[in-house]
Ligand binder design. Structure first.
Ligand SMILES: Cc1cc2nc3c(=O)[nH]c(=O)nc-3n(C[C@H](O)[C@H](O)[C@H](O)COP(=O)(O)OP(=O)(O)OC[C@H]3O[C@@H](n4cnc5c(N)ncnc54)[C@H](O)[C@@H]3O)c2cc1C
Length: 414
C-alpha cells in the first residue's frame, strides 16, 4: 500500500482516486475548493469516442484568426505578449496539419475507447444516479458542405471501429419528433453516451468517501518542499502536508503547480460557457454538436444545457455575455422549434479547459521528479477520458503494464 496525495479533485483527480483505492492504496485528495463546481461540473457531459480528431487540426488557425475580433465568436485567442502563450501557439500551429492529426488521432482514440469501456462498471459501482444515456451523439450540420465533411469523418471513424449512421434532415427529424429542426443532416455516433457531469462528480466523491478516500478541501497548494528529485511535502494555506507519491491533476492550474516543483508544463486554459434550463416542456432527446454553429446541446430528461466556445484569454472567470448569446442564437437557429429564452447574464456558467498544444493529454511520470505523476491537459475531453486516465494512473503507480500505449502522452514532449 502506498500513500498517495492527489492535487485536484476534478474528474481526473477523482477517477485517479477511484482506480487507486481499488488497488488498496491510501488516498488523500487535496483541493482548494469544495469540489462542487468547476470545469468538471458545468460541461456538456459527453463521453465521446467520436472525438478522436484533436482541436489542433487543419483549418483551425484560419478560423481562429477569422473570429479574432468578434465578441460572439466560438473560438478566440486574446492577443497578448506572454511567453508561454506564444510557445503554446507555436506548437499548436505546428500540430494543426493532417500529418500530425493522423499521428495523434489513434492515441486519442485508444484513450477514448478505453474510457468508454470502463464507464459502465463505474456506473454500477457508484450508482446509476447521474442520468447516463447510451443513445449516441448527433453531429448536426446546417450546411451541405459541412455535412459532406462530417460524412468523410464518419468514414475515418468506421476505420477505428466506431458505429455511425449517416442521416438526412428527415431522418434526424424523426429522431426528434417534439422539436422542429432546420438542418441539412447529421451523423449519429452510436458509441457515444452522455451523463450529467455534476451528478457524476457528486456520486463519485460520495462513493470514494465510503471507500476511505480522505478529502482535504478548501486547501490551496502554494509551494513544495523537495530533496533532490523527490517532493517531500506540499505547502498549503492550511499547513504543511508530507507526501509519499503525488498525482498532479490540477486541470488548468497544472503549470502553476508544476512550477512550484521546478518543472514546466505547456498548457493554456480554454474558457467555455454553458447555461442549463431546468425544465423544457418539449425537449430534444439526443445530445448534439451543432457543427457549423460550433456549440453543443445536451438534454437530461426535461433539463437542457447549451454550451460551447473556446476562449484562450488566460486564467480568469470573466463572462462575456455576447459569447453565450452566440451559443443561444446557434441553438435557436438549428432548432427553431425549441422554446428557450436567452440565458440570464448572472446565471451563465464558465469553466477552464486545460488545453495542450496537440490535443493529447499529459499522463505519466516526470524524469526529473521521482515521485510525481502528471494527469491532465484533457482539454475538451476530460469527461470522455476520465475513467481511462484514472486506470492508467493506477497502473503507473503500481508499475504495471499499461492498458494502452502512453508514450504519446509524455508530459515532457514540449
Ligand atoms: C463548456 C465546456 C464543455 C465541455 N464539455 C465536455 C464534454 O461534453 N465532454 C468532455 O469529455 N469534456 C468536456 N469538457 C472538458 C472537461 O470539462 C474538462 O476536460 C475536465 O473537466 C478537466 O478536468 P480536470 O480534472 O483536469 O480539471 P478541473 O475539473 O479543472 O479540476 C482541477 C481541480 O484542481 C484544483 N486546483 C487547482 N489549483 C489548485 C491548487 N493550487 N491547490 C489545490 N487544488 C487546486 C481545482 O480547484 C479543481 O477542482 C467541457 C469543458 C467546457 C468548459
Amino acid at each position: 500500500m502506498k500513500n498517495i496525495t492527489i492535487i485536484g479533485g476534478g474528474v481526473i483527480g477523482l477517477c485517479s482516486a477511484y482506480y487507486l483505492q481499488k488497488e488498496g492504496h491510501a488516498i488523500t485528495v487535496v483541493d482548494r475548493g469544495e469540489i462542487t463546481d468547476g470545469c468538471s461540473f458545468g460541461n456538456m457531459g459527453y463521453m465521446s469516442p467520436s472525438h478522436f480528431i484533436p482541436l489542433a487540426s487543419p483549418g483551425i488557425i484560419a478560423e481562429g484568426l477569422k473570429h479574432m475580433l468578434s465578441s460572439s465568436s466560438p473560438f478566440y485567442i486574446k492577443p497578448r505578449l506572454n511567453r508561454d502563450l506564444m510557445k503554446w501557439g507555436y506548437h499548436f500551429w505546428k500540430n494543426s496539419n493532417a500529418t500530425k492529426v493522423f499521428r495523434n488521432a489513434p492515441h486519442l482514440n485508444a484513450l477514448l475507447q478505453l474510457s468508454r469501456s470502463l464507464i459502465n462498471e463505474m456506473r454500477t459501482e457508484i450508482g446509476d444516479v447521474f442520468e447516463m444515456e447510451e443513445r449516441g451523439c448527433l453531429m448536426l450540420c446546417k450546411q451541405q458542405k459541412t455535412l459532406d465533411h462530417e460524412f468523410h469523418l464518419a468514414d475515418e471513424a468506421e476505420k477505428f471501429g466506431l458505429q455511425v449512421d449517416r442521416l438526412d434532415a428527415a431522418q434526424v427529424q424523426a429522431l426528434e419528433p417534439a422539436v422542429e429542426l432546420a438542418i441539412a443532416g447529421a451523423v449519429l455516433f452510436r458509441d457515444d453516451c452522455h451523463f450529467h457531469p455534476g451528478l457524476m462528480m457528486i456520486a463519485l466523491k460520495k462513493y470514494l468517501e465510503t471507500k476511505g478516500v480522505r478529502f482535504q478541501l478548501n486547501t490551496t497548494v502554494t509551494g513544495m518542499e523537495k530533496t533532490g528529485n523527490t517532493v517531500r511535502a506540499m505547502i498549503t494555506d492550511t499547513g504543511r502536508i508530507a507526501v509519499d507519491q503525488v498525482v498532479l491533476a490540477a486541470g488548468s492550474w497544472l503549470p502553476v503547480i508544476a512550477k512550484m516543483m521546478g518543472t514546466h508544463i505547456l498548457l493554456q486554459p480554454g474558457k467555455g460557457y454553458s447555461y442549463t434550463y431546468s425544465y423544457i416542456e418539449n425537449n430534444i432527446r439526443y445530445p448534439a454538436i451543432l457543427v457549423d454553429g460550433r456549440c453543443a446541446v445536451t438534454p437530461w430528461g426535461s433539463m437542457l444545457r447549451i454550451g460551447g466556445t473556446m476562449e484562450l484569454s488566460g486564467i480568469n472567470n470573466k463572462v462575456l455575455v455576447k459569447r453565450m448569446q452566440g451559443i443561444y442564437e446557434s441553438a435557436r437557429n438549428f432548432y427553431p422549434g425549441l422554446k428557450i429564452d436567452p440565458p440570464p447574464a448572472d446565471k451563465i456558467w464558465n469553466g477552464l479547459r486545460p488545453v495542450t498544444p496537440d490535443g493529447l493529454p499529459y499522463i505519466g511520470r516526470l524524469s526529473k521528479l521521482s515521485n510525481v505523476i502528471i494527469a491532465g491537459g484533457h482539454a475538451m475531453l476530460g469527461m470522455s477520458e476520465g475513467t481511462g486516465t484514472g486506470k492508467l494512473v493506477s497502473e503507473i503507480v503500481d508499475n504495471k503494464k499499461n492498458s494502452i500505449d502512453i508514450s504519446a502522452f509524455s508530459a515532457e514532449r514540449y
